[in-house]
Ligand binder design. Structure first.
Ligand SMILES: NC(=O)c1ccc[n+]([C@@H]2O[C@H](COP(=O)([O-])OP(=O)(O)OC[C@H]3O[C@@H](n4cnc5c(N)ncnc54)[C@H](O)[C@@H]3O)[C@@H](O)[C@H]2O)c1
Ligand SMILES: [Zn+2]
Ligand SMILES: [Zn+2]
Length: 394
């Protein structure tokens, strides 16, 4: 049998593979044998090569709000290689290197064609644990459904995504590094460049110096911001933050003075731009209070663990401050993410220093613990090699 025959046979059939299955909110992952259906119309099946943990995975896993959509496979920041394609897919072929997209781009809806938004109406963020097309799952265990996360579910040897929820990338790009561009690093860079459009000489404050916040700092530095104040309650974030462009580090636990007051003093009247990269809506208020009147812009990126409502004194808005937010840094993912991969290859953007840990798939619970305890930036999970499947680039 030729390789083409065996791939076609695989396309016809269900495969079994190992996946990290969460059986309930906050319960440790169990590596299970799961069945994965063939890719359906306009879908692709991907051999996951590397997948890093993002704070959003941990927030969703700890949340009780979606207790009904378990068992579930998390993971949405991933790189991989196309294993097979479903009917109608012309954009990808077997062997293409891809990044998965937790928010896709259909290229035809009102938002995709607007030039103003990356909030695709057809392939946007999927919160309900099923796939975009038929609202069903592709994973099962002994015939019972296993739910998805963001229609990506990369904590599995193989996964299925809609072809609009993956982007082809250069085959020479290291998959163990560029997986960070599948969510956190790209989200931060885009918030600075596309959403805020940080200008030269400006004053910036960033709340939360994880991967997202440090990527905002990197983006602001590259735009020539003159002052980048980083706020984080973990003192150990200070040194790395400086290497990403943070000029002043503030630990709220060390300050008796309210943070907006400190920032007002340090900037001479408030920051031009403030970014919330924690996931705490109280901090969105603090960020808005830390901006200047007239044009101060607050961009919120965090996904809150609790209290989704944001409160702010109306006077801040009357005085000309603006509050906005962004999903995936405002990038139109299929059109724009390949250029970030090229920038990484030309050493124009830093990703490697955002990776503090590398672990094999079987240690995925350690990765969750590291993130839960706040002791890592990105932990990259390396998926096992599969006999006969080339994992070039890893
Ligand atoms: N909008 C998007 O597209 C997008 C993409 C990725 C992540 N996110 C969200 O952005 C946020 C940041 O993600 P991350 O992966 O960088 O997370 P992270 O946990 O690595 O970073 C958060 C940082 O905030 C600090 N922090 C926590 N509470 C604090 C407080 N009260 N005061 C000061 N500092 C505090 C932590 O020490 C940590 O350094 C999360 O809410 C995540 O869910 C959003
Ligand atoms: Zn993410
Ligand atoms: Zn669309």
């Amino acid at each position: 049998m030729s390789l083409t025959d065996s791939v076609q046979n695989k396309q016809l059939g269900v495969i079994t593979c190992k996946a990290a299955v969460a059986w309930g909110p906050g319960e440790p992952m169990v590596i299970e044998e799961v069945e994965l259906s063939p890719p359906q119309s306009m879908e692709i099946r991907v051999k996951v090569v590397c997948t890093s943990l993002c704070r959003s995975d941990v927030t969703a896993w700890l949340s009780q709000a979606q207790a009904s959509i378990y068992p579930r496979i998390f993971g949405h920041e991933a790189s991989g290689i196309v294993e097979s394609v479903g009917e109608g897919v012309t954009e990808f072929v077997e062997g293409d290197h891809v990044l998965t997209l937790f928010t896709g781009e259909c290229r035809s809806c009102r938002h995709c064609t607007s030039g103003k938004s990356n909030i695709c109406q057809i392939l946007g963020l999927k919160r309900d644990g099923v796939m975009h097309g038929d609202q069903k799952t592709r994973f099962s265990i002994k015939g019972k459904p296993v739910y998805h996360y963001c229609a990506v579910s990369s904590f599995s040897e193989y996964t299925i995504v809609h072809s609009g929820c993956a982007v082809k990338v250069s085959p020479i790009a290291p998959l163990d590094k560029i997986c960070l561009l599948s969510c956190g690093a790209a989200a931060g860079l885009g918030a600075a460049w596309k959403v805020a459009n940080v200008s030269e000489g400006s004053k910036v404050v960033i709340f939360g110096l994880g991967t997202v916040g440090l990527s905002v700092a990197q983006g602001a530095k590259m735009r020539g911001a003159s002052q980048i104040i980083g706020v984080d309650m973990r003192q150990e974030k200070c040194e790395k933050a400086k290497s990403f462009g943070v000029t002043d580090f503030l630990n709220p636990n060390d300050s008796d003075e309210p943070i907006p007051q400190v920032i007002n003093r340090l900037t001479g009247g408030g920051a031009d731009y403030a970014f919330e990269c924690i996931g705490d809506t109280g901090m969105v208020t603090t960020a808005l209070q830390s901006c200047c009147d007239g044009w101060g812009l607050t961009v919120t990126l965090g996904v809150p663990k609790q209290k989704p409502e944001v409160t702010a004194h109306f006077g801040l808005l009357l005085n000309g401050r603006t509050l906005t937010g962004s999903l995936f840094g405002g990038w139109k993912p299929k059109s724009e993410i390949p250029s970030l991969v090229e920038m990484y290859l030309k050493k124009e953007i830093e990703l490697d220093d955002l990776i503090t840990h590398n672990l094999p798939f079987e240690d995925i619970n350690t990765a969750f613990d590291l993130m839960k305890n706040g002791t890592c930036l990105r932990c990259v999970i390396h998926m096992p090699e599969i006999e006969g499947f080339p994992m070039a680039g890893n």
